[in-house]
Design a protein around this ligand. Structure first.
Ligand SMILES: [Zn+2]
Length: 363
């Protein structure tokens, strides 16, 4: 259907000067963030501990049944749950100096198969035309009912499965088309037409409820979701988060699994090798476990600086999403795409208005 839209639809994007938001999301401190790059090496998705055991390779999932387990009460690291606009405070704890733990996981599992051949897919070549497109990129976190006693962060960042289904039903009933971030980039870089009423559905942090709740509801409506996962948390086999088997199943069903780093650190003001470890490491883990070569990055805690943004193209990434609020994207800023936060108190009327946000130049 999308191809038909592409053939039939015409679009004439109007060049507009890029704009920036300065707001950064609040965030919890990461759990296992190494603070120096000295123990990490380029391009090894399994980190220092894996190197100690030999070359890294595939650890194909599917060897065990997935454990049962609901979404946990792990607080989100990205943002406080307040309604838009989100707060500008930063809850990151300052980095601890000198801490440099090896990633904690069973690394020798990684040696059952040979190292995968890189399958990087080049992004669209920009035609040097300045464009912008308005596409709401919805940002979800938990899709589950918070457990009893959950804190305000867990509650605020959660939509219930019923709430989520109602929102997906609204998209279907009102002619929205879930596209991928690929489609947005092609529209920006080459002017490729998008279907009418395009929307992108993104989910941060890779909570277990992405598989248990969001995934089946998306399938119910034939929608594609993009899930930004923290690969170190999957490696730890924490039942609050996706397993690799689940991630692979989602990829095989057409969903996108994209990197949100290895350990969810604040990546601002970090050495290049550290950025490589966190970003390329996550990319390679996803590719090794799911067969999908990631194309987009999601900044942990929404935090980025010029150095980080400038590094992403060399990793083969096509673009990146922020936690800045907005719906309009610019051809010269594919690594600074804005999103629209959906939270527990988002009513269906607000959801509808978010989808229209920016269409009247009111962004
Ligand atoms: Zn996050």
């Amino acid at each position: 259907m999308r191809e038909n839209f592409r053939k039939n639809a015409r679009r004439a994007p109007t060049p507009v000067a890029p704009r920036f938001d300065s707001a950064q999301a609040a965030c919890y401190a990461p759990r296992h963030a190494p603070e120096t790059a000295q123990n990490y090496h380029l391009g090894d998705s399994y980190g220092g501990a894996a190197r100690a055991c030999g070359p890294a390779g595939l650890d194909r999932p599917g060897r065990r049944a997935d454990r049962a387990g609901g979404s946990g009460s792990q607080p989100d690291r990205d943002a406080a749950p307040q309604a838009q606009p989100h707060p500008t405070g930063d809850r990151h704890a300052p980095p601890t100096s000198g801490a440099n733990p090896a990633p904690d996981r069973d690394t020798c599992r990684a040696h059952e198969s040979p190292t995968p051949t890189p399958t990087e897919t080049p992004g669209p070549t920009p035609d040097r035309t300045a464009r912008n497109v308005r596409v709401p990129i919805l940002m979800y976190h938990y899709v589950s009912t918070p457990p009893e006693g959950s804190d305000n962060y867990r509650v605020g960042l959660s939509v219930t499965p019923d709430q989520f289904r109602e929102q997906m039903r609204y998209l279907e009933a009102n002619g929205y088309h879930a596209v991928t971030l690929d489609d947005v980039i092609y529209a920006l870089a080459q002017g490729r037409a998008l279907p009418p009423k395009p929307v992108v559905l993104t989910f941060d942090d890779g909570y277990r409820d992405a598989y248990e709740n969001a995934f089946p509801i998306l399938q119910e409506f034939g929608l594609i979701g993009t899930f930004f996962v923290v690969t170190g948390w999957i490696d730890e086999q924490n039942p609050d988060y996706l397993s690799w088997a689940q991630a692979r199943e989602m990829v095989e069903a057409g969903m996108r699994i994209e990197p949100h780093s290895k350990s969810h650190p604040d990546l601002r003001d970090k050495p290049h090798d550290y950025i490589v470890y966190e970003v390329v490491g996550a990319i390679e883990s996803i590719e090794a476990h799911t067969g999908y070569r990631p194309r987009f990055f999601c900044y942990p805690a929404g935090a980025f600086d010029d150095n980080l943004v400038a590094a992403l193209p060399e990793f083969g990434l096509w673009g990146a999403v922020t936690t800045q609020q907005g719906t309009r994207h610019y051809s010269d800023q594919p690594y600074l795409m804005k999103r629209v936060r959906i939270s527990s108190d988002t009513t269906l009327a607000q959801f509808a208005s978010f989808l229209e946000w920016g269409s009247e130049g009111d962004e």
